[in-house]
Design a protein around this ligand. Structure first.
Ligand SMILES: Cc1cc2nc3c(=O)[nH]c(=O)nc-3n(C[C@H](O)[C@H](O)[C@H](O)COP(=O)(O)O)c2cc1C
Length: 337
């Protein structure tokens, strides 16, 4: 069975990509994922704040003339479980050496500024592409300077443009679904040079526990029900962009992978399922995909990728007409007798 895929102009042995998260944080796990069949690996994000903090530290050290590494590290905030810039570059080098598939570095920030030049160091360390996660929470209240929707969107374009100027490798943008006009935003990013879009990023959800009177922040693992939103947008955007489309969110089984490919994704990413079941789950997903393709008599991805995009991407299914008939059907199904 031919599972070869193309993403960001890169040739991949399979369409399954291990997305950013703890599973891709060590070279050893990256190696296991590649052996399990993933077509590419996205490393966890390096954050704008970390790059800025390390640059500030270097500046202060240069002023006081400290060059011993042990002393120097005490000038950085506690790194916790995340990787700092120099460790990150070392991870790229080790991951590239360990895996025979493209290794994609991830940058996470929200302002255009000197930190975006770090993309160049990632390229030099061997990254095959950059994934850009513009995690920007607009509308922080109260604020003396509320940001308009257009200005919030412009940040994405500005950060993308700055990163594109720093590198020659492909740059993909990981998007959130929270735009007033997502289709237009996708087209703007595509025209601004994004080599691909990843649909979607998941925002941190802050919650409140009335029992303990505490606030929790954090990431929960996803469920397959969350895949319908990215899947419908992939179907809508299929054929509209020059760049690639990657699906992210809610992959648990091989059917979830097949559904994303039918909607028009070039690659399908997974984080939660790999964390739940381990790196070997990649093999199970790909074996399941192969069995499904055999059952449907498809010999390659090209034979069915995007096959249902036209059908689900129309006004019929997702516009107001589709909405109206869905409400009618649901009313018939659920109305109390
Ligand atoms: C624990 C955890 C850490 C994550 N870290 C990152 C990250 O560093 N950068 C990023 O862009 N996405 C990160 N993500 C998001 C995932 O890459 C992915 O987009 C999201 O979990 C949806 O995919 P899934 O349903 O397969 O989990 C993280 C997700 C989890 C659960």
């Amino acid at each position: 069975m031919n599972l070869a895929a193309s993403y960001l102009g890169l040739d991949l042995p399979s369409p399954l990509v291990a997305s950013a998260g703890p599973m891709t944080q060590t070279a050893d796990r990256v190696k296991r994922l590649a052996e399990a069949g993933v077509g590419a690996i996205v490393l966890p994000s390096l954050f704008e704040e970390q790059i800025r903090a390390e640059a500030d530290r270097d500046e202060r050290l240069a002023e006081v003339g400290i060059d011993s590494f042990g002393e120097a590290t005490s000038y950085l905030p506690d790194p916790g479980a995340s990787l700092w810039p120099r460790q990150y570059l070392s991870l790229i080098e080790r991951a590239v050496a360990a895996a025979a598939v493209p290794v994609i570095a991830s940058l996470n920030g929200s302002t255009a500024g000197g930190w975006t030049d770090y993309a160049r160091a990632m390229q030099d360390a061997g990254a095959a592409a950059i994934e850009l996660n513009v995690y920007y929470l607009s509308g922080d209240l109260p604020s003396p300077s509320l940001v308009s929707g257009r200005d919030a969107e412009q940040r994405y374009i500005d950060v993308l443009t700055a990163v594109k100027a720093a590198v020659s490798i492909p740059v993909a943008v990981k998007l959130s679904p929270y735009f007033s006009s997502l289709g237009e935003m996708a087209l703007r990013l595509d025209r601004a040079g994004a080599d691909g879009l990843i649909l979607f990023n998941r925002f941190m959800q802050t919650d409140i526990d009335p029992a303990t009177l505490t606030i929790s922040t954090g990431f929960k693992l996803s469920s397959p029900a969350e895949a319908t939103l990215p899947r419908s947008w992939i179907a809508r955007l299929r054929g509209q962009l020059g760049g690639s489309l990657a699906a992210s969110t809610g992959v648990e089984t091989a059917d979830d992978v097949a559904a994303y490919l039918l909607a028009g994704a070039d690659v399908v990413m997974t984080t939660s399922a790999l964390l739940r079941h381990g790196p070997g789950h990649a093999t199970a997903l790909l074996d399941g995909l192969t069995a499904w393709m055999r059952g449907k008599e498809f010999g390659s991805l090209a034979e069915f990728r995007g096959m249902l995009a036209a059908a689900v991407g129309t006004q019929e299914a997702y516009g107001r007409r589709g909405y109206l008939s869905a409400v009618e059907r649901a009313t018939q199904a659920y109305a109390p007798g």
